[in-house]
Design a protein around this ligand. Structure first.
Ligand code: NAD
Ligand code: GLY
Length: 370
């Protein structure tokens, strides 16, 4: 197996920091982080209770380890299990969690731990933001997507029938606990979907990481712990820097949406859950790259590298064949639309993305048609 050495400064465990002044927080990454949960929480909390929101799938695999880690510091947990799946990210489930917290007499300083993928993280995160105007939130992500993206940066939300993630808040966690051991139970298609977001960081701002990913595809697919740990570390490092520079997405943070305008359109047009988010983002990144070759001088050879890497991970390169009208209507609902104009994240080169809003409909249509 061809394995490029992971830079030696990153062992299997690492700690990063999201620098946001008084709201700065650590990201603990490594195998067995949950066994340290009690010690980590004690740094900020002296009470004996903590609340956990999870779902039945994740809880069945990973709740015990977290409970044990917290128990070692004398912290007992009370657990709420939301249904598994994107459909649980709604107002009703949010309201149930808030009711449970009230009935349990959760206090304002009692931590709420989100144990699960991005659905649990977004749902529990919004509950934490709302309960008594904000209780401490710990993100304990268990899917690769949540570990490299959704657990960091403070975006929390539920879906509305009229749009995904339309009801939400920016609410930063106080700590992020990424126990890489949890990935051992993650289904293959979910793991691969998460790899699309990993590729995204290389493409938008970290060319050396992109090169490294190309050399480590097999090790990543085999989930080699040190290699996966480094990929998570480097993804979180990139995300932490972007969030520190632009917490509320008034500028640079929009770059994290490479492929997402097209990806969200695929998800919405097919119906959520038909394609996984990362799969839609992968095909969306290919389309964004193709558009970039037309309008940003993105080199064809770099586009081929992007496509080769995504294909090596088994991610889709081609978008479903929707009528142009469907694309235009659904893309018009994107949260990046400003003053009625669509904005696109495009690549000038691998490792350097830009936001453009001056794309003519004819050029866009040509790129979509291939
Ligand atoms: P998910 O939370 O639905 O998890 C995917 C599936 O994997 C679920 O069935 C889950 O139960 C299961 N799972 C999770 N961890 C597991 C483990 N260790 N072992 C076995 N099964 C496990 O989906 P996701 O891909 O993690 O997240 C997608 C959600 O994240 C979407 O709602 C999206 O909007 C949101 N998101 C948010 C942000 C943000 O910045 N807040 C960023 C990206 C995505
Ligand atoms: N996942 C996009 C963001 O956090 O901004």
């Amino acid at each position: 197996m061809q394995t490029e050495h992971t830079p030696s400064s990153v062992n299997s465990s690492s700690v990063l920091r999201v620098e946001l002044g008084m709201r700065s927080y650590p990201i603990h990454i490594g195998p067995g982080v949950f066994s340290e949960a009690g010690r980590l929480l004690r740094a900020a909390y002296s009470g004996r209770r903590a609340f956990v929101v999870s779902n039945p799938t994740v809880a069945s695999y990973h709740l015990a380890a977290l409970q044990q880690g917290l128990g070692a510091a004398g912290i007992a947990v009370e657990v709420w299990q939301a249904p598994d799946g994107e459909h649980a990210k709604n107002w009703e489930e949010l309201y149930k969690i808030l009711g449970w917290l009230l009935e349990s007499r959760a206090e304002r300083q009692t931590p709420l731990i989100a144990l699960g993928g991005g659905v649990v993280g977004d749902l529990a995160g919004l509950a934490a933001a709302l309960y008594q105007r904000g209780m401490p939130l710990i993100q304990a992500p268990t899917s690769l997507l949540a570990q490299v993206d959704s657990s960091v940066g403070g975006k929390t939300a539920v879906n509305h029938p009229l749009g995904k993630n339309m009801i939400g808040a920016f609410y930063q966690p106080q700590q992020v606990w990424i126990d890489t051991n949890t990935l051992s139970t993650l289904p293959s298609h979910e793991y691969i979907s998460g790899l699309a977001e990993v590729v995204k960081y290389g493409a938008i701002r970290d060319r050396a990481f992109f090169d490294w990913l190309e050399k480590n595809t097999e090790a990543l697919l085999a989930r080699e712990p040190t290699v996966v740990g480094y990929a998570i570390h480097q993804s979180c490092r990139n995300k932490a820097m972007i969030v520190a520079a632009d917490e509320r997405e008034t500028g640079e943070r929009a770059l994290l949406n490479l492929g997402h305008t097209f990806g969200h359109t695929i998800e919405a047009a097919l119906g959520y859950g038909e394609w996984l988010h990362g799969e839609a983002v992968a095909a969306g990144m290919v389309l964004a790259g193709r558009l970039s070759t037309r309008v940003c001088g993105f080199d064809e050879s770099e586009q081929q590298r992007l496509e080769r890497l995504l294909a090596a991970f088994g991610l889709p390169l081609t978008c479903p064949d929707f009528p142009l009208e469907t694309w235009m209507t659904l893309m018009g609902r994107d949260k990046k639309v400003a003053d009625g104009k669509m904005r696109f994240v495009l690549l000038e080169r691998l490792g350097h993305a830009v936001v453009r809003q001056d794309i003519g409909e004819d050029v866009l249509a040509q790129a979509i048609r291939g």
